[in-house]
Design a protein around this ligand. Structure first.
Ligand code: NG6
Ligand code: CA
Length: 510
């Protein structure tokens, strides 16, 4: 069990009066509230960024951020895939409490309802300018298939707290392969309407499975799927036609995202802003810009990591250029753990060499084991945070309450029910962090920084397509993470009292 520390925190120009007891009163001035950038990588594993110690990869810009900030070793996403992970991150509500937060299709309806308060709402309510740039994957419009791709796509990010948005609807491997800026497809020629379906192909449109000769950039891996609509020489999941002038070029995706993020920073450098920046890197299809190709020696997956690093550097440069680096809180993390072959024949497996995307952890993306959800987290705010390393147990679920605490406000009633104020841990003033966290991949698990219990389930133990140990088992699993980080020894039978305690904690949460 962990003890929360009572910390006196001065934030920006917030002044605490009588900071000797629990009833400190906050008096806020607006002048120096920090800008906040939430920089969310996609599928970047615990071992994929060089500050996390693998000698096989070099990410100097992430190192630059880590040197200026606090690097967490025990930080967790709520889920081992994107949609549920992002849902929890933005809402402070455990995605496993809902049954509709699985990996969203490109035409999924909006998963966060407009009436639900999000992290972005908190900032907007406090007068910040808020922006979402990059990967979205939280659905758009009221219901599945209801998007007006040729008109105004609504509801969308604007309805859940973002003043500005420049997003891809879902993932790089899902149609529609277009940018949506403030609810409208960018560069759409009205005479070439976009049609999207996740059910039936459009007559006359080539598909990866029927026209492999048109796959000029990447081929799908056998049996994964990704053999439907062909866009830019890469086949995807889902069917689309039209919108030819609006289609993205995969090699330019990182530059588009970086450009719009940097522009947002530049345009709002003189007022407090919150930027949610979701990179497409290093999700599949990995097809980095030519200037990164061949640079990692690991093929497109490694090159995409270098491209991610470039985005980080461009953001940090923009902050410095505008003289706002000191008072900007940058939170860099990943939505879920790493996967090597996630559906395209990009030689990620063949060229991996000695690189360990998962570091010392077991499993990967999709897994109940640690590599599924334990993710890199670096938090930097030069004005307030002392650089270093923190072993505090922290979870994405607490971003909401922590940002509310940063702003000195409370959430709307009923909002973010699972989120707790972890600001002291994020600021480096609490080395313990959360008592425990609940996570869901195939099964549900609970982890208290020492022990991890994975509930029994009927799910597959192994995904042979992605080569991932999923961590599902018919019997209860208990790992003493404190001495068995690699989850090699299931000690449930030896420690029934711990199992019972964890089961009871879990029951109380469900
Ligand atoms: C899976 C896809 C995978 C990836 C993932 C979502 C198959 C076989 N695999 O279903 O390629 O798109 O969904 O990844 O379809 S995530 O990081 O956005 O959650
Ligand atoms: Ca992901």
């Amino acid at each position: 069990m962990k003890k929360s520390l009572l910390i006196c925190l001065g934030v920006g120009t917030t002044m605490l009066t009588g900071c000797s007891g629990s009833k400190a009163k906050r008096v806020r001035t607006d002048a120096k509230r920090p800008n906040v950038i939430l920089l969310l990588a996609d599928d970047v594993g615990y071992g994929d960024l060089s500050p996390y110690g693998e000698p096989t990869i070099n990410t100097p810009q992430v190192e630059r951020l880590a040197e200026a900030g606090l690097r967490f070793t025990d930080a967790h996403a709520v889920a081992a895939t994107s949609t549920p992970s992002r849902y929890s991150l933005l809402t402070g509500h455990y995605s496993w409490r809902r049954n509709d937060t699985g990996v969203a299709a490109g035409n999924a309806g909006m998963i966060i309802r407009p009436e639900q308060q999000t992290v972005a709402d908190l900032f907007r309510q406090q007068g910040y300018v808020t922006g979402a740039v990059g990967k979205w994957h939280l659905g758009l419009a009221d219901k599945t298939g209801m998007q007006d791709w040729n008109g105004h796509i609504t509801p969308g990010p604007t309805d859940i707290g973002f003043d500005y948005s420049y997003i891809m609807a879902a993932t790089g491997d899902r149609v529609p392969c277009v940018w949506v800026e403030n609810g409208r497809v960018v560069g759409l020629d009205p005479s070439d309407s976009i049609f999207v379906s996740y059910r039936t192909p459009f007559a006359g449109e080539p598909l990866g499975r029927t026209n492999p000769e048109l796959l000029t950039k990447l081929h799908p891996s056998p049996n994964h799927g990704h053999d439907q609509a062909i866009v830019n020489g890469i086949s995807r999941i889902g069917y689309m036609k039209g919108g030819r002038g609006a289609l993205w070029e995969d090699e330019n995706i990182a530059d588009s995202i970086t450009h719009h993020a940097v522009r947002f920073i530049e345009e709002h450098a003189d007022e407090p802003f919150f930027l949610y920046l979701g990179t497409n890197d290093i999700h599949v299809p990995r097809y980095p810009h030519p200037r990164f190709v061949g640079k990692s020696g690991m093929g497109p997956r490694g090159d995409a990591i270098l491209q991610f690093d470039y985005t980080v550097g461009a953001v940090l440069d923009a902050l410095e250029r505008r003289g706002i680096a000191e008072n900007t809180l940058v939170i860099l993390t990943s939505d879920n753990g790493p996967v090597v072959d996630d559906g395209y024949a990009d030689q990620a497996v063949e060229l991996l060499g000695n690189h360990r995307p998962w570091g010392d952890l077991r499993g990967g993306k999709y897994s109940n084991f640690e590599a599924g959800t334990r993710v890199p987290l670096i938090v930097s705010w030069p004005r307030r945070i002392k650089p270093g390393v923190s072993h505090a147990l922290v979870s994405h679920i607490d971003l909401f309450a922590s940002m509310a605490s940063l702003l000195g406000i409370t959430a709307d009633e009923g909002a973010a029910p699972d989120s707790r104020d972890a600001l002291p841990a994020l600021m480096g003033n609490d080395e313990e962090g959360r008592d425990y966290i609940v996570e869901k991949a195939g099964s549900i698990s609970i982890y208290d920084g020492e022990w991890k219990y994975i509930a029994p389930s009927n799910g597959y133990a192994y995904n042979s397509l992605t080569n991932t140990e999923l961590g599902n088992a018919r019997q209860a699993q208990l790992y003493h993470i404190a001495t068995d980080l690699g989850e090699q020894h299931n000690v449930a039978a030896e420690h029934p009292e711990v199992v019972e305690r964890m089961v009871n904690l879990l029951k109380a949460e469900l």
